[in-house]
Design a protein around this ligand. Structure first.
Ligand code: ADP
Length: 639
């Protein structure tokens, strides 16, 4: 066996991360141990699971985590006899940051470098696992052997740009991590991690529920003798927190368990214990995080629910237990009546799993409802983080789920654009005789709230809600109703506001005006025939000269863009240009037309009005250069 020791460079982002850790002002350095124990526990879970299906993985030894301090050499060893890592896995796992949110993380990292105060929060937000050991260690060595393989690998690093990789020695599969500890520095929150009471304190606080024994191994002198013996103490109770009575678990314990399963360093927003009894039995403990992960909309985001059967870990990311629109919910489900050999294929068809899922979804909705009722600010915070994901339930969920998501949905509206409002609150404020929920969808709040489409609604005192997430266009096109009220776009069709009488009057007045301006409208239409299907007078404008609207069933420009992004070949939807009948611009156009039916100015103005209408709703011009040329021309002509 050759000792081929060679140095590898860290990927740039890893070194940046390590620098951050090494110089970290993060005050809770104790958590490095929680991270290492958590990793060890995951490795044991995987080993136990592989044992179920693979005879060769069996071991007679109990699966355990050992913590071994040595005050003389100032080292701390954390070892497990879990799944271990192959050489390739070591390179992959301990030399890169394998997360889909890496890009954002790096951007934040760069910002943190310029603002050192921001670093602790950043560390807390990302929870950077294994690398956190560099907060307390000047050198870290990992010796690991993958279960099923004969050779071990040794990885070591001082966090100075790279790591050494060599063959290692290990009698059985698993991982041993040796930390060469930094000096004790109470000012900088580095405690003496070779002290028994310090280690006990940390394990009790952060890792008590870990389901494998976490044993402290210490050398103690025998009384009246020089000989030392190895003492063994189990530091954790290992009790499954989800199986305990709610009253026996403190909020802090719930929070720590959350950190353990989620790898989030922050406390959760809320926890949801679930007990299912009857024809079959299951317990669950769900958590709502406070902050959205950076990869919430990335297809590779780690899903949140783990499946246990009779206390035995079966799998991570159990998709069958939670719909995709609740993928951010973290937690554990322990089913008592499933087989330990359950496979993904079985899960997909299992009626018990379907029934559990239904309960989990219901309890999650109930909890959200409860939070909104008790603490509106907290709920608003939740909605800002996860609302866009939850709304996917309006597309992918079943009828019942859709109804509950609509109940929970929050939007901004013309009532008070700085606050979130629920649809129920909107309905309560609706005007007498109003039978629809008026909305305006667009790409950003800035764009929609200043849109000319709102003018008529504002003038007549009708509230309009705003939808600005990409998913909105999709569910809004599905014809859902809330409390029997349809969603009607303020930017589509012939929106008529007011009482029947008022509507009839407005219609009449507009028809008259249409007759009066018929020819000039036709002329304008002829100049814009590639872009609009109709030019007509508007009932929705009060101050702007023009706006663009779609027909009831038409695709909006955002939807068109979305479909194109999804690779769909969609034809361009021509829209309708509406002109304000009371605006001076219309009078001017009429005048030009009356004087010279073929005037070049008419074409210029038509194009300007069209471009202006696109800009007013926050859209993008197809040919900005042409538009600005027309504006300049207009300016040079003006006197
Ligand atoms: P995270 O645990 O959040 O994925 P870490 O940086 O803590 O990130 O660990 C990176 C990866 O290294 C883990 O996902 C796991 O695959 C591997 N790993 C870490 N510790 C161990 C261990 N004790 N045994 C086996 N694999 C480990």
């Amino acid at each position: 066996m050759g000792t081929d020791s060679n140095r590898h460079e860290f990927r740039a982002e890893v070194q940046q991360l390590l620098d951050l850790m090494i110089h970290s002002l993060y005050s809770n350095k104790d958590v490095f141990l929680r991270e290492l124990i958590s990793n060890a526990s995951d490795a044991l879970d995987r080993r136990r699971f592989e044992q179920l299906t693979d005879e060769t993985m069996r071991t007679d030894r109990a699966l355990e985590i050992h913590v071994k301090p040595d005050s003389e050499s100032r080292t701390l060893v954390i070892s497990d006899n879990g799944i271990g890592m192959s050489r390739d896995e070591v390179i992959e796992n301990l030399g890169t940051i394998a997360r889909s949110g890496t890009k954002e993380f790096l951007a934040k990292l760069r910002a943190a470098k310029e603002k050192p105060d921001a670093a602790p929060e950043l560390i807390g937000q990302f929870g950077v696992g294994f690398y956190s050991s560099f907060m307390v260690a000047q050198e870290v060595e990992v010796i690991t052997r993958r279960a099923g393989e004969d050779t071990a690998t040794r990885w070591s690093s001082k966090g100075d740009g790279g790591y050494e990789l060599a063959d290692g020695e290990r009698d059985e599969p698993g991982t041993t991590i040796t930390l060469k500890l930094k000096d004790v520095d109470e000012d900088n929150h580095v405690r003496d991690y070779t002290e028994e009471w310090v280690l006990k304190d940390i394990v009790k606080r952060y890792s008590d529920f870990v389901s494998y024994p976490v044993k402290l191994l210490t050398w103690t002198k025998k009384e009246d003798s020089e000989a030392k013996v190895l003492d063994e103490k189990t530091l954790n109770s290992g009790k499954a927190i989800w199986a305990k009575n709610k009253s026996d678990v403190t909020d802090e314990e719930y929070a720590e368990f959350y950190r353990h399963i989620s790898h989030d360093w922050n406390a959760p927003l809320a926890h949801v214990p679930v007990k299912i009894e009857g024809t079959f039995e299951a317990q669950a403990l769900l958590y709502l995080p406070e902050k959205a992960p950076f990869d919430l909309f990335h297809p590779e985001m780690k899903r949140g629910v783990q499946l246990y059967v009779k206390r035995v870990f079966i799998m991570d990311e159990c998709k069958e237990l939670m719909p995709a629109f609740l993928r951010f919910v973290k937690g554990v489900v322990d089913a008592q009546d499933l087989s330990l050999n359950v496979s993904r294929e079985i899960l997909q068809k299992d009626r018990q799993i379907a029934a559990i899922r239904k309960q989990l979804v219901k309890k999650t909705f109930d909890k959200l409802e409860e939070i909104r009722g008790e603490d509106r600010e907290k709920y608003d915070g939740f909605w800002s983080q996860f609302g866009a994901a939850l709304k996917e339930g309006l597309v992918g969920g079943n009828d019942k789920e859709q109804d509950r998501v609509l109940d929970l949905l929050m939007t901004r509206s013309t009532h008070d654009v700085t606050k979130w409002t629920s649809l129920a609150e909107y309905v309560e404020r609706m005007k007498d005789g109003q039978d629809a929920i008026y909305f305006l969808a667009g790409t950003s709040l800035e764009a929609v709230q200043n849109s000319p489409h709102l003018e008529g609604f504002r003038a007549k005192g009708y509230e309009v809600v705003f939808f600005t997430d990409p998913i909105d266009e999709i569910w809004l096109s599905r014809g859902l109703t809330f409390q029997d009220k349809k969603f009607v776009s303020a930017g589509k069709g012939d929106v008529e506001l007011g009482t029947e009488e008022e509507k009839a009057e407005a219609d009449k007045a507009r028809e008259e005006k249409e007759r009066e301006h018929k020819d000039v409208l036709t002329a304008i239409r002829s100049y814009l025939q590639d872009d609009v299907k109709e030019v007509r007078l508007s009932g929705r404008l009060t101050s702007s000269a023009a706006c663009l609207v779609g027909d009831e069933g038409d695709m909006t420009p955002q939807m068109e863009k979305l479909m194109k992004q999804l690779g769909q070949d969609v034809p361009k939807t021509k829209r309708i240009l509406e002109l304000n009948p009371d605006h001076a611009v219309l009078a001017k156009l009429q005048k030009i037309y009356d004087e010279d039916k073929g005037s070049q100015d008419l074409e210029t103005y038509a194009k300007l009005l069209y471009g202006q209408s696109i800009l007013a709703e926050g859209g993008m011009l197809e040919d900005p250069a042409e538009f600005s040329k027309l504006v300049s021309e207009l300016m040079t002509r003006a006197t």
